[in-house]
Design a protein. Structure first.
Lengths: 327, 271, 364
């Protein structure tokens, strides 16, 4: 039995003991001061991001204006890197070539991903999540492995050739399979199709089935329902998926190196790679990187605009970057 | 809709199945050939040996690379959690000038080709004078650890942020109403609620770090990570040992993803 | 007169679960028929089968005499108003409403005026260019309605369209719908779980239970002459007094009293009533008059019944006072009195009186 007049036990730090007026302490004042709280809470994340992301990217930009003198990096400012970049045909040509590869990869990925996303979203009843996981899992298998797989399939002594020869379809191995643009496109399509699939599936899955029923109730058959209702609603996911596939395959350097052959299939990233490596021309490499960075940002901005225009009534749509985390 | 078996639906299923096969066939080939009884990878497949796994187990440089990858991944997860979780809270609950720019900056490593982030970080560490081998042999090099942390923080930040957006603030208000201070509320109410999302994101970062190549290539010091080691092997000569290594990696990734999906399911169950 | 919609022995099974158990129903052209029932009674399944979103396991569905079982929804001359409206978010109100017309390849110049006309009919003329998400729930509901009626269907199916609206709005919409229906002359098949809504709006009501039609008839019939205890209980408020049949006199039953069974006169008996099964006497609260226990027996009313009861609770409900009473065997009774009547105190002993014509004897 608690003695009369004494308060019951006080858990936590805030229980007002009966009869004692609560007093605001310094800590309480800090608590309620929004600005101080914001400062304290955001200190670590913001500092980290600024130091380890903002500064490096900014440094890359600045470095692209530095001069390389006799093989040594100086901090003198010059535009010669960009002049060289746009002046020599190698660099614009490579950029265009990379864009061409990326475009092909994007188109093929879309054509492959859409039916699977559609079937998963609308035609699968049981084990939907399981099957979705099954499609996504290859994304997490080592990228090197997946590029390598095509090497052993397409090589002169590779599996495809061996298979075709043993079936009697060809007599001598095909040499055109490996070390060609086609091989690079094939491998990149293989790697990025699941990437394209994810946002498309997410968007399709979010379409309420009642919309399909309503459309059919209003005399549209299944094909017309697809064209008039499903397809327009899938566009944000399609845009996101295609943007991913394009940006990532344009910047890819492993596949062209393993499967592209020596000169014919060099992509932009291979250039950057050698400029920062063997060729040791960091400012020029930085310049090429900046151009790639700029192109990527422009692409993302355009994709965002396209999505915004597709949305009706001005609702804030999920942007491409919302799909960025590969889940 | 009532199920109608007709050519259109059948065609859809067939194409979906074909794409599925396309996605898995190369992987299947890699795995099968890890059991190939010959050191030359060619058709036909001669199944029936585990010796390449034996070679793998005795390949010290491969094992060292694997160990380095694991250390790196663990450190990356720690950093990403330490920065990403508070970062997610900041994004969810506070406003400050430049918040939009902050968000976009954080997303950059995820959407840019890795090589750009890699050379940017290389330039930075070179400028700052931090040697690529610093910290070796304890860590595979501080630059690469910090680089992975920087690149992968965004993953945790976006995932936890998404979870926080769905979190019911009324729970925190109730906790405060019942005399808990902010720290107690965070520890006893908020954190347990978002724990599956946090753990899931951590697992994701772990897997991504294990497989990271672009940034790693530019920042690595003396010790290779597993993907780089594999890549080196590929350019020299291919034996099925590579397939064995690849299969092991696949198995580990698979396990991680299964674990991750369990987390996600727990999440959904809780909500 | 051929019914516009006819269901014959319609059965729908989902695996081991039977949602509809061989129901048959004929809907007359131009009528407002409500399919009423609790969740799981099969009412929505019935609607979906008529619309074509699900296929029947057995039985036939005839629309205007033609068997539509094999036809997909887009080939059936019916339109649906969905519970969650199902408006296309990527189209304006105008494009939503015109969708069905475009799909039927109605000539372009005809679509505009018809859409405008339909929007005027639901009083949404100025909202034609808005996006669905910019509208309130009630407005979206009206767009869904306009989108359906613009096609001039012979039959309109409505799946609990007013469920998401608040009470006042719902009441207003009920009147509007009824009004619209009589103006347009379209047959409405309306699904709801709200019995008051069903009584207000319908020409006929089909009360469903466990995949079967429990009773089909005009609202008045279901109210005054329920065919079973379930109907009596579902429709409106009623008092169910356990009763025992009298073998010799079918017009008499006995109900529990404080000192033994009390004879009670009954004039209306439901179909399933017979001796040997549990029976109830259904008396609506408004039919009961409450007088003091000591009041003299009513004069000149030979067909009246009287039962003793005790007052438990008095609940004031604005226009009426509800008395909760208990019979000798504990059965709770609700009776209504006017607020201006002299009040009874809790615990008071009273007599309940009602004319014999007002009680219905029902079985399960």
């Amino acid at each position: 039995m608690p003695a009369e007049g004494s308060p019951a036990g006080a858990p936590g730090d805030g229980t007002p003991a009966a009869g004692t007026p609560a007093r605001a302490t310094l800590v309480d004042r800090v608590r309620t001061n929004r600005r101080v709280k914001t400062l304290v809470a955001s200190a670590i994340p913001v500092t980290w991001v600024v130091v380890l992301l903002l500064v490096p990217y900014a440094l890359l930009l600045i470095q692209s204006f530095w001069r390389l003198r006799n093989g040594t990096l100086t901090h003198e400012l010059t535009t010669e890197n960009y002049r060289r970049l746009f002046g020599t045909s190698l660099y614009p040509a490579t950029i265009l070539y990379s864009a061409g590869v990326a475009l092909r990869v994007t188109v093929f990925s879309l054509l492959l991903a859409f039916p699977v996303a559609y079937v998963l979203a609308f035609k699968v009843r049981k084990h939907k999540t399981l099957l979705y996981m099954a499609v996504i899992i290859p994304l997490w298998v080592s990228y090197v492995v997946r590029a390598y797989a095509w090497k052993i399939i397409l090589g002169q002594q590779g599996i495809l050739n061996g298979l075709l020869m043993s079936m009697g379809i060809i007599r001598t191995p095909l040499t055109v399979l490996l070390y060609s643009t086609a091989a690079v496109v094939l491998a990149l399509t293989h790697i990025y199709t699941p990437f394209t699939l994810m946002p498309i599936y997410a968007v399709l899955d979010a379409i309420p089935p009642a919309l399909k029923e309503a459309s059919q109730d209003l005399y549209a058959n299944r094909w017309r329902t697809f064209i008039h209702v499903i397809l327009p609603l899938s566009l944000p996911g399609v845009v996101a998926g295609c943007t991913f596939a394009f940006v990532l395959s344009m910047g890819d350097f492993l596949a062209p190196q393993l499967l592209g052959g020596n000169d014919s299939a060099l992509m932009v990233s291979n250039l950057v790679w050698s400029l920062f490596g063997v060729a040791y021309n960091w400012p020029l490499g930085a310049a090429v990187s900046v151009v790639m960075l700029a192109l990527t940002l422009v692409l993302l901005w355009v994709a965002g605009r396209v999505e915004a225009r597709g949305s009706y009534g001005g609702e804030a749509r999920a942007s491409v970057t919302d799909y960025a985390a590969p889940v | 809709m009532p199920r109608r078996s007709d050519p259109l639906t059948a065609g859809l299923w067939i194409s979906a199945g074909a794409v599925f096969a396309f996605i898995y066939a190369p992987l299947a080939i890699v795995i099968l050939y890890s059991l190939h009884d010959s050191s030359i990878i060619a058709w036909p497949l001669k199944l029936g040996t585990l010796r390449w796994y034996g070679v793998l187990v005795h390949d010290t440089s491969m094992l060292a690379a694997g160990w380095a990858s694991v250390k790196l991944a663990v450190l990356a997860v720690i950093i990403a959690l330490a920065v990403g979780v508070p970062g997610a809270f900041v994004l969810d609950r506070y406003d400050f000038p430049g918040k939009g720019a902050f968000r976009r900056l954080v997303m950059l490593p995820l959407i840019l080709p890795g090589i750009i982030t890699g050379v940017a970080l290389l330039s930075f560490f070179s400028f700052v004078g931090l040697s690529l081998s610093s910290g070796f042999p304890l860590v595979p090099g501080w630059p690469v650890v910090l680089g992975h942390g920087a690149a992968l923080t965004s993953v945790i930040m976006t995932q936890v942020y998404a979870r926080l957006q769905r979190f019911d603030r009324a729970l925190e208000e109730a906790s405060g109403d019942l005399y808990a201070n902010e720290w107690q509320t965070f520890w006893r109410v908020t954190l347990p609620s978002i724990r599956p999302a946090v753990l899931g994101a951590a697992l994701l970062v772990f897997t991504l770090s294990l497989d990271e190549i672009a940034v790693t290539f530019f920042l690595i010091g003396r010790q290779n990570t597993l993907p780089l080691q594999l890549w080196g092997l590929l350019r020299r000569g291919i034996t099925p040992e590579v397939n064995a290594a690849a299969t092991v990696i696949f198995a580990v990734s698979l396990l991680t993803i299964v674990l991750w999906s369990r987390m996600i399911r727990d999440e959904k169950g809780r909500e | 007169m051929t019914p516009i919609v006819e269901l014959r022995g319609l059965t729908k099974r989902f695996g081991a679960f039977t949602a509809l158990d061989g129901i048959s129903l004929a809907v007359a052209a131009g009528e407002f028929l409500t399919v009423l029932g609790a969740s799981g009674s099969g009412k929505t399944t019935t609607l979906r089968l008529i619309a074509g979103f699900d296929l029947a396991t057995e039985g036939r569905i005839l629309i205007e005499g033609a068997d539509v079982a094999a036809l997909p929804p887009f080939k059936r001359p019916v339109n649906t108003v969905f519970q969650q409206y199902a408006l296309f978010p990527h189209m304006s109100v105008r494009d939503n409403v015109g969708y069905g017309l475009r799909m039927q390849r109605v000539p372009h110049r005809e679509i505009g005026p018809r859409v405008t006309e339909a929007l005027e009919m639901v009083q949404l003329g100025p909202f034609a260019e808005r996006a669905p998400r910019q509208l309130s729930g009630g407005q979206q509901q009206r767009v869904a309605l306009a989108r359906a009626i613009v096609n001039r269907p012979r039959v309109l199916l409505l799946d609990e369209p007013l469920g998401a609206l608040d009470l006042k709005l719902r009441r207003a919409m009920q009147l509007e719908l009824k009004d619209l229906q009589s103006k347009l002359g379209i047959t409405f098949i309306y699904v709801t779980h709200d019995q008051e809504e069903a009584l207000t709006m319908s020409d006929r009501v089909a009360l469903m239970r466990g995949g079967r039609i429990e009773q089909l008839g005009a609202p008045r019939d279901l109210y005054d002459r329920p065919r079973s205890r379930y109907v009596a209980d579902f429709i409106g408020e009623t008092n169910l007094l356990p009763a025992v049949a009298n073998d010799r006199d079918p017009g008499m039953v006995t109900v529990a009293g404080p000192a033994g069974p009390i004879p009670v006169r009954v004039e209306v008996r439901a179909d399933g009533v017979r001796a040997g099964i549990p029976l109830w006497l259904s008396v609506r609260p408004e039919s009961l008059s409450v007088v003091a226990a000591a009041a003299p027996a009513a004069s000149g009313d030979g067909a009246g019944n009287s039962l003793p009861a005790t007052v438990r609770e008095i609940v004031y409900a604005g226009s009426v006072v509800k008395l909760h009473l208990a019979l000798a065997d504990g059965t709770t009774i609700v009776a209504l009195r006017s607020p201006s009547d002299p009040p009874f105190a809790s615990g008071a002993s009273v007599q309940l009186r009602w004319p014999a014509s007002q009680g219905v004897l029902v079985a399960d």
